[in-house]
Ligand binder design. Sequence first.
Ligand code: AMP
Length: 190
Amino acid sequence: MAGDEQKRIVFLGPPNSGKGTQAVRLAAKLDVPAVSTGEMLRRAVASGSDLGRRVKDVMDAGRLVSDDLMAEVVRERLAEDDAGAGFLLDGYPRTRPQVETLDDVLAERGARLDDVVLIDAPTEVLVERALARGRVDDREEVIRERLAVYRRQTEPLIALYDERGLLRRVDGDQTIEEVEREIEAAVGAR
Ligand code: AMP
């Protein structure tokens, strides 16, 4: 796919639903950049940049970085050339104000979202996966906090995007390949 045919897709789902993995796969298939705000922030922390220093404590606690700061990060990233005709967002938006920011950014370019892919799985599956992955920030307490934050602040976006007719639900409690096939069918990428 090229030019105007490229898609703008949001991946929604709790931590460890597999959306990061799936976002990278689908982005390659659609020839659009996979924009992961979590990855961007982790890189900023690792590099010790000003942004990294501002977000480190919040991330370590499993809470959300402020909407204003995220708006700057996302605006800047989506203004880059490679995101001009399409992109896949993984981890943004996560709150209602972030939905509005994304709406604004898109409206400014006369663009629209094509699909919002929701990947979900039962809580215990998500917690088990996080523990198995064993990243330093994956203490059980922080894992559960991240899930609670998701349920409280991000889950309401499901109904919002469903009302807009954009929501595509995918069962994340399957193999990576099975989830991938469901997503491709849902966004018409086959
Ligand atoms: P993720 O890898 O997407 O789970 O993101 C890791 C962490 O980065 C989250 O727990 C938040 O602290 C922060 N983060 C990533 N994306 C956002 C966002 N859209 N809004 C607020 N915080 C975010």
